[in-house]
Design a protein around this ligand. Structure first.
Ligand code: ATP
Ligand code: MG
Length: 692
């Protein structure tokens, strides 16, 4: 390709090989399948962005590029990088070209869009609605009641567990018995009932024309099994590129192989040492087995220089992952020298952990590291509770990724349920939720109306004609009228959200004490809705990738505001910050005590710690509270337990860290268990006074 591609000069030789792979001749990069497998921070995502830009610069049609990322945020970030890179060569056109990169997103998001296009071909109604995990669990629950399992068998697995088992069967393409044996041994006696439940659940979804998350992949895979659709789908994209390939599951890999059976134009990148989603049936085999699917085999490129982290941080992370039992990628090296080792900080408990972190964050900010360049990571969303309290108390804005979503709040779910019910009046979970809001409408009245609707050829007419439940009165009328108006398109998008709010207002006042704060959320939701072209797109995209909660509870903060990042380690994947704090680096948290304790699970937790550590560029703190709160009750009934430093940092690795103990107070018996007392810092003297 003879373009003045100065952006190539910034890449190292292996990265450049990956970017130019297949573009050397006349073609546009549809060479052999390409696998880039390399450790954290070695520039995999960056290389992928360069490759997309390079393909576009070479004349590839951006509308025919399919780019699959781990989150919608990652897709947007990738598009930004592509634009920046290609603008060096294409100037103003880069913007337009990148804008045409419309097929960039998650497997689920892209699946939903393709399904709307091809639904009829596989006997699916294109007006389907999508259930999030909570809705899916609610539907399983309804079905369970209908089958009578919850009554006759009091110890039948909970709805969430049923959904997890179902989901695992689908995503891992495994039989129920196998899934129960390997992952849910305590449910092994229920195989027959679960089989019956799942069959009824699948049937209910079909009847109601709803898809759950797993269906988006399952139906996509089914589409690719239909030869005529498969050919059309495969021909639709010249290039298919996948980031974070180590966290895809069997179903996702079969979809890719069906799209590109010979692998031409297929690029996947990933790191086996960062595989952390096996609980969602992701399998590291996908990346390790990738080359063997093709003949001639795929091109494999490995990268070994880390551009992200300082050398001491990288050395510590390497040491942790070195102890893993199985691993393909090799250790990385970094040119970013620094005298600062990562810190291992012993604190008495989680409250003081929160104070310590806040103090450091503020000090960092004073020394020029803005809040956005700092992140606090944790194993489980609930672990950040004490920290959130401290941040709110001290007015430090933050955004939390991977925790409670904006959309999880009851009032938002109510409003969305109405939109969903308008979109798809056969959606029973939405119907139940709404009728439950109306005073005087009990479960049996609701069921009666929903049954009438289910049997009728036109459910909305059936709703309008159904006799109002005797004690419901005006509330029923207002509900039915709202549905009728919206369904008839009398209000229009996005104005209809305001109409929904008017309908919901009396219920909001009645149900919630903090109605005014919740009303503000609804106004916020209207603003978010304004950014979507239609109700259907709004519902689909919000369900698949909802906005995260923020400290002011008002959706996503303004872009130019500075805020601290709080994130589960899982959601921190692929990202980087100058300063990173990892909470609760103790046994029981990392590794978590919630798993079955198999070797495979423990190994995954080690990789999780590796992912967390490798997010840091310049400084890294691993926090070790000496006591912490656990969900496992101890023999004495206490949920606060003494903790020990995570087993992934055995004594032999301590040399990679600087050890800190805080605060140093001989009278506090908790602290006597601290790691060591050789380094003292006293940033907490002032804070301790406030705390006690
Ligand atoms: P992860 O495994 O965590 O997803 P990654 O391999 O995708 O990491 P990137 O996020 O692409 O790594 O890159 C890490 C950092 O290194 C980024 O800040 C990126 O800009 C920088 N980087 C990558 N390649 C180079 C290079 N050749 N020269 C300078 N900086 C680079
Ligand atoms: Mg990456």
């Amino acid at each position: 390709m003879s373009v003045n591609a100065t952006y190539l000069e910034k890449l190292n030789p292996q990265q450049r090989r990956a970017v130019e792979h297949g573009t050397e001749g006349m073609g546009q990069g549809r060479g052999r399948p390409l696998l880039v497998i390399a450790g954290a921070g070695s520039g995999k995502t960056n290389t992928l962005a360069h490759r997309v830009a390079h393909l576009m610069v070479g004349g590839a049609d951006p509308r025919r590029i399919l780019l699959l990322t781990f989150s919608r945020r990652a897709a947007a970030e990738m598009a930004r990088r592509v634009q920046r890179i290609s603008s060096h060569v294409m100037g103003q056109d880069a913007r337009m070209m990148t804008h045409a990169l419309t097929w960039a997103g998650t497997f689920h998001g892209i699946g939903a869009r393709l399904l709307r296009d091809y639904a009829l071909g596989i006997g699916l109604d294109p007006a389907f609605s999508i259930h999030d995990r909570e809705d899916s669990a609610d539907l399983i629950n309804l079905v369970r009641h209908e089958l009578g399992f919850s009554k006759t068998a009091s110890r039948f697995p909970a709805k969430g567990t049923c959904l997890s088992i179902y989901s695992r069967c689908v995503n891992a393409e495994m039989a129920i018995e196998e899934v129960l044996r390997t992952s849910f041994p305590w449910c092994a006696g229920w195989a027959a009932e679960l089989r019956q439940l799942f069959a009824a659940y699948v049937e209910a979804k079909q009847r109601q024309n709803v898809l759950d998350y797993d269906d988006l992949l399952l139906y996509w895979a089914q589409m690719t099994a239909e030869p005529s659709i498969a050919a059309e789908l495969g021909g639709r994209f010249d290039h298919v590129l996948v980031d974070e390939y180590q966290d895809t599951n069997r179903l996702q890999s079969s979809i890719l192989l069906a799209l590109k059976p010979d692998g031409h134009g297929l690029t996947v990148v990933g790191d086996d040492a960062q595989s952390i989603y096996s609980f969602r049936a992701a399998t590291v085999r996908n990346i390790l087995d990738f080359p063997s699917h093709f003949s001639p085999p795929s091109e494999i490129i490995t990268l070994d220089q880390n551009y992200r982290s300082s050398q001491p941080i990288l050395a510590a992370a390497n040491a942790v992952i070195e102890l893993a039992s199985e691993r393909f990628t090799k250790n990385l090296w970094s040119e970013r020298s620094s005298a600062e080792k990562p810190q291992l900080v012993a604190v008495p408990n989680e409250a003081e952990q929160a104070q310590y972190v806040v103090e450091c964050v503020l000090q960092n900010r004073e020394s020029g590291i803005v809040l956005k360049q700092q992140a606090v990571l944790f194993r489980t969303s609930s672990h950040s509770g004490p920290l959130e309290v401290e941040l709110i108390r001290r007015n430090i804005p933050f955004v939390k990724f991977g925790g409670l979503k904006f959309l999880d709040a009851a009032h938002i779910k109510d409003v969305l349920a109405l939109l969903r019910f308008v979109q798809n009046p056969r959606d029973r979970v939405a119907g139940f939720r709404l009728m439950h809001l109306l005073p005087g409408v009990g479960p049996s009245s609701a069921q009666r109306v929903l049954d009438l609707m289910a049997k009728a050829p036109d459910p909305v007419t059936a709703l309008l004609e159904a006799p109002a439940p005797p004690r419901a009165g005006d509330d029923w009328r207002s509900f039915v009228e709202t549905i009728e108006q919206l369904r008839a398109g009398m209000v229009g998008w996005p104005a209809e959200l305001e109409r929904v709010r008017t309908w919901y207002e009396p219920h909001l006042e009645r149900i919630h004490e903090d109605a005014s704060a919740r009303r503000a959320d609804l106004v916020q939701l209207e603003q978010i809705a304004g950014g979507y072209p239609s109700r259907e797109r709004f519902l689909t995209e919000l369900t698949l990738d909802p906005p995260d909660a923020t400290s002011d509870q008002a959706g996503v903060p303004l872009l130019d505001e500075d805020y601290l990042i709080l994130s589960t380690i899982h959601s921190a994947k692929g990202q980087e910050w100058k300063s990173v704090f990892v909470l609760n680096a103790v046994d029981g948290c990392i590794p978590s005590d919630l798993g079955t304790g198999t070797t495979a699970e423990i190994e995954e937790e080690r990789r999780l710690l590796y992912v967390a550590m490798t997010r840091a560029k310049d400084n890294l703190h691993l926090m070790v509270p000496q006591r912490f709160f656990t969900h496992q009750q101890s023999a004495t009934g206490d949920r606060h337990v003494y903790a020990a430093r995570t087993r992934f940092i055995p004594s032999a690795l301590l040399k990679f860290f600087e050890r800190v103990s805080w605060p140093v107070a001989a009278s506090d018996s908790d602290v006597t268990r601290s790691l060591n007392n050789d380094v003292r810092i006293d940033i907490g003297a002032r804070m301790r006074g406030m705390w006690r």
